[in-house]
Design a protein around this ligand. Structure first.
Ligand SMILES: *Cc1c(COP(=O)(O)O)cnc(C)c1O
Length: 406
């Protein structure tokens, strides 16, 4: 059996070098725990970037995938399959959306939103409505369409020319949005809470203001709920929590609990926006992915995980606020976020990558958002004692944090 070090040597030889991964190889998980090939245990408060919503190796999810794999995995979009229909109905039943398109990732769900917006206007005699209005600091994915509405220049480097036209406006600035939306706007696309951008909450009234602006001007309002959806913020969709509904939204990350699946959900009035032949995906809506997502929804209900994201998230938020205010913890300066998508902004002199490494040495896995915010996106099945264990490690590291070298 190759050791962890053997695998890393092979990885350095054969994998594309587009990631910076720490020197251990994960091989097993359970709930909020992960083990590497050396047998070292980690507390996973990252959950594969808000993906493993029901934790690792949940027996019911594993069983659903195994059972479906032994029955039917794929038929393509040329034919109906019962699992995808059941999943679409379950999603429609939980939201104000009336139709669903399945795909395989967050970026694909965003692509579907953008194509829906243009084509819907086109179908209704408004071919001039081709522009998108998007927010600075946003993240919508890495495919060219999704990247083109992503308002962070670092992701654009060397990738231009991007698709357009796109107008970027500061997130939270309703006046700027009003100035940017015009008779050529196809849609406004925003995250209801900016995830990758650093866990930025929308200012009060911002999302409702965008809704009103789109209603007045005829532009569509698109919400990217890839990170915020499927219970993460303490309601099934962030839209429920904020009381503002888009014309269409994207889902992905937490939906399959680790199995790749994405979805676009839309209101009935857009139902004729992508007529037969206008958009498709080979794998999207395959019965295996749909079974995984159905199991996730079942587990969310059975274990009360959406309510738990709200209550445990409030508890975590209060603890993070204490850390940010504690003079004995100079590395932490601000608590952010909602539900079980929380952040702790690091002081400017703190080295974020070295902080993550120090936390790994304490056996705790976290990720960064917006470059300087420690992101907590634990499995929704996480226990309070596990969060407390992670917070102890964070306190320990940020008491005397690793500093940037300048
Ligand atoms: C992660 C993310 C995406 C991209 O999802 P992929 O599955 O990586 O393509 C898009 N939008 C938001 C808000 C995300 O957080």
């Amino acid at each position: 059996m190759p050791s962890g070090a053997d695998w890393i040597a092979t990885a350095e030889r054969v994998l594309l070098r587009n990631y910076r991964q720490p020197p251990f190889v994960l091989s097993r998980g359970r709930g909020a725990r992960l083990w590497d090939l050396q047998g070292r245990r980690y507390l996973d408060l990252c959950a594969g970037i808000a993906v493993c919503s029901v934790g690792h190796a949940h027996p019911r999810l594993a069983e659903a995938v195994a059972e479906q794999a032994g029955r039917l995995m794929h038929v393509s979009n040329l034919f109906y399959n019962d699992r995808a229909i059941e999943l679409a109905e379950a999603l429609v039943g939980r939201t104000r959306f009336e139709r669903v398109f399945f795909c395989n990732s967050g970026a694909e769900a965003v692509e579907a939103l953008l194509k829906l917006a243009r084509r819907w206007h086109f179908e209704h005699g408004r071919p001039e409505r081709v522009e998108f209005v998007a927010a600075l600091g946003s993240f919508h994915g890495r495919s060219f369409g999704a990247l083109s509405v992503t308002g962070q220049p670092k992701y654009h480097t060397g990738m231009q020319p991007l698709l357009g036209p796109v107008r970027f406006v500061p997130y939270g600035d309703l006046t700027a949005a009003r100035e940017a939306v015009g008779p050529r706007t196809a849609a406004v696309i925003v995250e209801p809470l900016q995830g990758e951008g650093g866990l930025v909450l929308p200012p009060a009234g911002y999302l409702a203001g965008l809704r009103a602006l789109c209603d007045e001007t005829g532009a569509l309002l698109l919400f990217d709920e890839v990170q915020t959806g499927v219970g993460r913020l303490g309601s099934f969709l962030a839209q429920e929590r904020f009381g503002v509904w888009a014309d269409a939204c994207s889902l992905a990350k937490g939906l399959g609990g680790g199995f790749p699946i994405g979805a676009m959900m839309l209101r009935e009035r857009l139902g004729d926006g992508l007529p037969p032949g206008s958009h498709a995906t080979t794998f999207g809506g395959n019965p295996l992915a749909a079974s995984a997502a159905l199991a996730v929804l079942h587990i969310l209900d059975e274990e009360g995980l959406v309510e738990q994201a709200d209550s445990l998230g409030a508890w975590l938020g209060a603890r993070l606020a204490e850390l940010a205010e504690d003079p004995a913890v100079p590395g932490a300066v601000e608590a952010r976020g909602m539900g079980l998508l929380r952040g702790l902004r690091l002081a400017p002199e703190v080295d974020p990558a070295a902080t993550l490494a120090a936390l790994r040495d304490h056996g705790v896995l976290l990720s960064l958002a917006g470059g300087e915010v420690l992101r907590f996106s634990p499995p929704l099945v996480v226990e309070r004692a596990e969060l407390a264990e992670g917070l102890d490690a964070v306190r320990e590291v940020l008491r005397d944090p690793p500093r940037r070298e300048d």
